[in-house]
Design a protein around this ligand. Structure first.
Ligand SMILES: NC(=O)c1ccc[n+]([C@@H]2O[C@H](COP(=O)([O-])OP(=O)(O)OC[C@H]3O[C@@H](n4cnc5c(N)ncnc54)[C@H](OP(=O)(O)O)[C@@H]3O)[C@@H](O)[C@H]2O)c1
Length: 263
């Protein structure tokens, strides 16, 4: 039997495309086995698996897993499915996120509940499942700790009236970040990563995105590589828990009247 340690395994939610895909690719290249979670983007998830395998170590497992995280049963079943296919899991990056517009004038329970389920409920359930998984293994002195990284948003520190339900759901996740770090220690560390404007959307022209990206004390907001490097730091630094890394060029230090996508 080989004495070499098994590779670490991470579940990255919402990693078919955009920031989650960048995190999945970087972690595969860094030697992690990667569970690529997706909801609707099946083709993009399959491509992310192919691309992760291209940069991963020979024999490292990379696999796609579908789940709608608004559905509690599907959220609860996700980690056990990953463990069944890839073996022990060491980390979860809670990256998947619902981002739909509402304000105090259009607010209703449906939008709030949908955002809370996807953006706070599912990350908490996945953290709970990781903790149960680690405890059930019963390692007397685990050689490595387990980690949950929660993707937050600089806008929590710099609020504006747009995306009310999204912001409330991320505020709930930020509070949970602290409570989970206390409750799940010493087995599981819990770390937030809060990007600034990093990837554009259909709501912004490339020119407008470039202009808004420069709107920060440092003259540039975060790039996907900046966010990835913060996620890797959170995963590797064994003394960090219950805190959040703001990776935004200092955008949280400024006051914006509207969400970037509506400026
Ligand atoms: N992009 C930025 O500049 C920025 C700025 C600040 C914070 N962030 C945070 O960083 C993270 C990544 O940002 P992003 O812009 O790359 O995210 P995104 O494109 O808005 O969403 C990522 C993925 O989340 C998945 N998702 C949404 N609802 C889901 C549900 N109910 N169940 C399962 N999956 C669901 C979708 O998967 P499918 O496509 O497979 O359906 C989607 O591709 C998010 O947590 C976001 O809040 C991003």
């Amino acid at each position: 039997m080989s004495d070499s340690p098994r590779p670490r395994t991470v579940l990255v939610t919402g990693s078919a495309k955009r920031l989650g895909r960048e995190v999945a690719l970087a972690l595969a290249a860094a030697g992690w086995q990667v569970a690529v979670h997706y909801r609707g983007s099946a083709a993009e998830a399959a491509q992310t698996v192919v691309d992760c395998k291209r940069v991963a170590a020979a024999g490292a497992g990379v696999q796609a897993f579908e789940a709608d995280l608004q559905d509690e049963a599907q959220a609860r079943a996700l980690l056990p499915r990953v463990i069944q296919h890839l073996g022990d899991v060491d980390a979860i990056v809670n990256n998947a996120s619902m981002f739909e517009h509402d304000t105090a004038k259009s607010f209703g329970y449906d939008s709030l509940v949908a955002h809370i389920r996807s953006n706070a409920g599912a990350p908490i359930l996945l953290a709970q499942a990781l903790h149960q998984h680690v405890v059930s293994r019963g390692d007397a002195a685990p050689a490595r700790d387990a980690v949950v990284v929660n993707m937050l948003d600089q806008k929590l520190w710099n609020q504006n009236p747009d995306f009310l339900s999204y912001t409330l759901s991320k505020a709930a996740l930020e509070a949970a970040n602290t409570m989970l770090a206390i409750a799940l220690a010493p087995q599981v560390r819990v770390v937030g990563v809060a990007p600034g404007l990093t990837i554009t959307s259909h709501l912004l022209s490339p020119e407008k995105f470039k202009q808004l990206h420069q709107l920060s004390p440092l003259g540039r907001s975060s790039t996907p590589q900046d966010v990835v490097s913060a996620v890797k730091f959170a995963l590797d630094n064994r003394s960090i828990t219950g805190t959040t890394l703001l990776v935004d060029g200092g955008q949280h230090l400024m006051k914006f009247d509207r969400d970037f996508s509506l400026m």
